[in-house]
Design a protein around this ligand. Structure first.
Ligand code: AMP
Length: 287
């Protein structure tokens, strides 16, 4: 396992693999790797000859009031996780390697990015689309792996890959949770012991929604209300949104009459956590 810090060196490495006829998987991350990231890396390892894990806290996807500076970083631990899960390279550039002086080209999108997290983070997806496009151009992977934890991000990436004819297979992977149900996230480290306990209201409330859907409820207002009511029983939880949207377009729907995404963003104290489920996944589990 090798740590690479420059675009040139990474390109040389990938070209060498290509000359040897090897396939390449890419796992984009912001580092501080946990079991969720590990599951993506391991899946890439199983499905490709070589795996590149990018480990880059991308400044363009953070607004000035967000946690870019304080976002947790630990490259030594990350190297261990990547190695243990079959990754071959960690790409860990400095911001000025990715964004050289005078940088002024961005990849942006309408529609999909204007709902859910896009409402409270209006510049976020432009940063995500731009950095992921850059990573796709640098690595030119056969397959790229993203978690369903960031469901809107996954839908956005699938869409721009289709719209811009980028030759990569985008693979969505299941959410990995702690034993008590909380979705794993690098931001969980911000939670105090008490907040960590309070955060359990998020998976519990989503479970309420799943049960309603499984019992045949299709009225999204009723389902959203039940989830929100449950979250509001927890005093330190503050809802950013609870929404049910079309799984592809991310637009709100009135009835669950097509594949849908039920997504929440909730502040636990100062920490904003997201979680969700796709209706197709709960159907599959029930079958
Ligand atoms: P991040 O480092 O948070 O930007 O995440 C990098 C990738 O890991 C994204 O595709 C995330 O969706 C994915 N990821 C983060 N947390 C989880 C999780 N708990 N389960 C599955 N994938 C995850």
């Amino acid at each position: 396992m090798k740590i690479i810090r420059t675009i040139d060196e990474l390109r040389k490495q990938v070209k060498q693999w290509r000359r040897e006829g090897l396939s390449v998987g890419l796992v984009p991350t912001m580092g501080y790797l946990h079991e969720g990231h590990a599951s993506l890396i391991y899946r890439s390892y199983k499905e490709n000859d070589r795996t590149v894990v990018s480990d880059f806290v991308n400044p363009t996807q953070f607004a000035p009031n967000e946690d870019f500076e304080s976002y947790p970083r630990d490259i030594e631990h990350d190297a261990q996780v990547v190695g243990d899960n079959g990754g071959d390279v960690i790409f860990n550039p400095e911001p000025d390697e990715m964004y050289t002086d005078g940088f002024c080209s961005f990849v942006d999108m309408t529609g999909l990015t204007e709902e859910l997290c896009g409402l409270s983070r209006p510049t976020h997806f432009r940063g995500v689309c731009t950095v992921v496009t850059k990573l796709f151009n640098i690595v030119q992977p056969d397959r790229a792996y993203f978690g369903k934890k960031d469901a809107q991000q996954l839908a956005v990436i699938k869409r721009f890959v289709k719209d811009l004819n980028i030759d990569v297979e985008v693979i969505g992977c299941p959410i990995v949770r702690e034993a008590d149900g909380l979705a794993r996230s690098s931001r969980n480290t911000y939670l105090s012991k008490e907040e960590r306990q309070s955060a359990l209201i998020i998976p519990e409330a989503l479970e309420t929604g799943k049960i309603l859907i499984q019992s045949g409820e299709t009225d999204t207002h009723k389902i959203v209300r039940a989830i929100a009511d449950r979250i509001e029983t927890e005093p330190v939880a503050k809802i950013d949104y609870v929404k049910i949207v079309d799984a592809e377009t991310m637009q709100q729907i009135e009835k669950i009459d097509r594949p849908a995404l039920c997504a929440v963003a909730v502040y636990i104290g100062k920490t904003r956590l997201i979680d969700n489920f796709f209706t197709e996944d709960i159907k599959e589990n029930a079958e």
